[in-house]
Design a binder for this molecule. Structure first.
Ligand code: ADP
Length: 605
């Protein structure tokens, strides 16, 4: 059962998508922001490293140049050319130790011829010879001589390990010529850059003409940007230091940012969607339950209405029965009375055959009268009109009265009738008339359904509640009742026929036990049975010591807003004697005397 979903509620169900989309947009924006931060931080690092590398590079070359200056001063202050050579060589050794980047140191004359070289030996003289032949050398000598200042020239093919530079410093005063130092690019850049950039950044260096003169081994193919700085070289000119920022760097940090961020977003979306689906299911279930409870409520209302109608119909039935019963009593009494008069010979002697007919009429009329009385009792109990007149009562006096009534019946069947009453039983607060009616009924039944043996009436405290109740048991040694019938015999018009429906049964109405139990409950007690076929029966009347509670035994709704007369409809007056004449069924068994009572035809005790 599912209620149709309304348009607004469907719209409400989709409302969660907007915040989720906003969250997604913000999440992606956050990831992009962190990515940009990482990249800019990386670029800043590259810039800082480049600036430091440039300074180191310049310092490196400048240190070489200044040591060359010092060497020149040593040569300048030499007293003679020969001592100048010696001083050059000895100081050159010291300079080389302090600045190993200076590959070779040379002392040159005014024409640029080599006068001394350090380190000496084949390597030194070979380099000197190659330098002497190179056009850059002549250009350097010329420039240094003409300007009188330090000059640096590039040496593309002089050094054995690739390109390099030569620095020329003109010697003035007594000794004319130059001191020169040769440095290989590899020595300079490897020393100064690789250490500084720590292998994190790749670099390349261009000369004045834009040619690449050095490049780190792992120079990247894809570059997102270049950080460039000009490196000034002593004596003019400069190099361009280019540090590459790779396209995806810093790879690890960015990868971590994107994978963890996207994973988090995905998880959040998954959770929200799952939660949403679950709450949609709950909402659906709630709607179903609401619809169910609504239909249950409606069914309940219908049931209540039905119960009210049934109760009303039941009351109407009881009113009808009460009316009819009352109206039947008068003509019935007349029939019983006139029949008795006829049988007594008031209207002359009756032939044998007619007398038998009159006897049958008497029995049938008596039975009918019993039925009418009992129906009337039942109707009164059901409409709550049965009057209960409680008073302090001695139970044994009621037992005596009952015995007086039933003794002739027991005697007629040669059954032994005895009573046993416990000593010290207190008087109880109850309606003695109703108690007597119940006990007469139980005892009459016991006699009716027993052919041989005895009937015992016993009065004692109830074993289950000895301080609250008295238990009056009526035991017989009769036919007994199957346990499957124990409930049925207390229902209206129910009789047990051991041999099936067609079985002949002692004439009865099937109302006695029903009325007895209702009356007992009206008095705050109950009637119970214990019996088995062939083993006799025990009927127990339980009664409270104290007065019955106000609502005891009320099976019907109390007729709160009706008067009792209204409940019994119209001008009908119910004969109160009906209940004080419990001998109805007893009378059935005492037909000859009952038939002579014109007034009621009932045996009053
Ligand atoms: P009635 O006696 O008028 O038939 P009751 O309501 O008094 O109606 O009893 C209902 C049925 O219970 C009886 O018809 C009978 O079958 C059974 N019954 C009652 N008392 C006894 C008893 N003492 N022994 C055996 N059967 C009994």
């Amino acid at each position: 059962m599912s209620a149709p979903e309304s348009e607004p509620s469907r719209q409400r169900a989709h409302l969660w998508r907007l915040p989720l989309a906003v969250f997604l947009v913000f999440g992606l924006a956050g990831l992009l922001y962190v990515d940009a931060l990482l990249r800019s931080e990386y670029r800043e690092r590259a810039t800082t490293q480049t600036v430091q590398a440039k300074a180191l590079l310049e310092g490196f070359v400048r240190q070489g140049a200044s040591l060359l200056h010092a060497l020149r001063s040593v040569v300048e202050t030499s007293p003679s050319p020969s001592s100048a050579n010696e001083r050059f060589l000895s100081f050159a050794r010291q300079v080389r130790e302090d600045a190993p980047q200076l590959h070779t140191l040379l002392l040159l004359d005014r024409e640029g011829n080599v006068r001394a070289v350090f380190p000496a030996g084949a390597g030194g003289s070979d380099l000197a010879a190659r330098l002497r032949r190179s056009p850059q050398h002549a250009r350097g000598i010329h420039a240094a001589a003409s300007t009188g200042r330090t000059v640096t020239v590039a040496l593309p093919g002089v050094l054995p390990d690739g390109p390099g530079i030569a620095i020329y410093d003109p010697v003035r005063d007594s000794v004319s010529g130059f001191v020169a130092a040769v440095m290989s690019h590899q020595g300079i850049f490897n020393e100064a850059l690789t250490g500084q950039l720590q292998g994190e950044f790749a670099y390349q260096v261009r000369d004045d003409a834009g040619r690449v003169i050095a490049r780190s081994p792992k120079y990247p193919e894809r570059i997102s940007s270049l950080v460039t700085r000009t490196v000034a070289i002593p004596g003019g000119g400069g190099w361009m230091l280019e540090v590459a920022v790779p396209a995806f760097a810093p790879l690890l940090a960015r990868l971590l940012n994107w994978t963890s961020g996207l994973l988090f977003l995905f998880l959040v979306i998954l959770l929200v969607v799952r939660e949403q689906a679950q709450s949609a299911r709950f909402a659906e279930r709630t709607r179903e339950l609401e619809a169910l409870s609504q239909s249950l409520l409606e069914a309940n209302v219908r049931l209540e209405e039905r119960a009210r109608q049934i109760a009303e119909a039941n009351r109407a039935k009881s009113r009808f029965l009460a009316n009819v019963s009352h109206e039947l009593r008068t003509p019935l009494n007349a029939i019983v009375g006139y029949n008795a008069l006829a049988r007594d010979g008031v209207y002359g002697d009756l032939p044998e055959q007619v007398s038998r007919v009159h006897a049958r009429i008497a029995a049938a009329a008596e039975h009918l009268l019993t039925l009418v009385d009992e129906v009337l009792d039942l109707a009164k109990i059901e409409v709550g009109r049965m009057a209960v007149d409680t008073q302090l009562t001695d139970v044994s006096s009621i037992i005596d009265a009952v015995v007086t009534v039933v003794a002739p019946m027991a005697g007629a069947k040669e059954l032994q009738l005895s009573t046993v009453t416990d000593r010290g039983l207190p008087a109880i607060v109850t309606d003695p008339g109703l108690v007597k009616q119940i006990l007469l009924n139980l005892t009459a039944n016991a006699i009716k359904f027993t052919e041989r043996g005895s009937i015992t009436i016993r009065v004692r405290r109830d074993a289950e509640a000895p301080l609250e109740r008295v238990a009056i048991t009526v035991d017989d040694t009769g036919i007994g009742i199957a346990s499957s019938e124990h409930d049925r015999i207390f229902e209206e018009f129910e009789q047990v026929r051991p041999g099936g429906r067609g079985d002949s049964l002692v004439r009865g109405t099937g109302l006695g036990l029903s009325i007895s139990r209702k009356l007992a409950r009206l008095l705050g007690g109950d009637v119970r049975v214990a019996s088995a076929p062939g083993e006799g029966s025990r009927f127990t009347l339980l009664l409270p010591f104290g007065p019955p509670k106000p609502d005891a035994g009320q099976e019907e709704e109390p007729l709160a807003d009706r008067t009792r007369d209204e409940a019994l409809a119209g001008p009908t007056v119910v004969d109160e004697r009906a209940r004080s004449a419990p001998g109805g069924r007893v009378g059935e068994m005492l037909q000859p005397s009952a038939a002579s009572d014109l007034d009621g035809g009932r045996k009053h005790d």
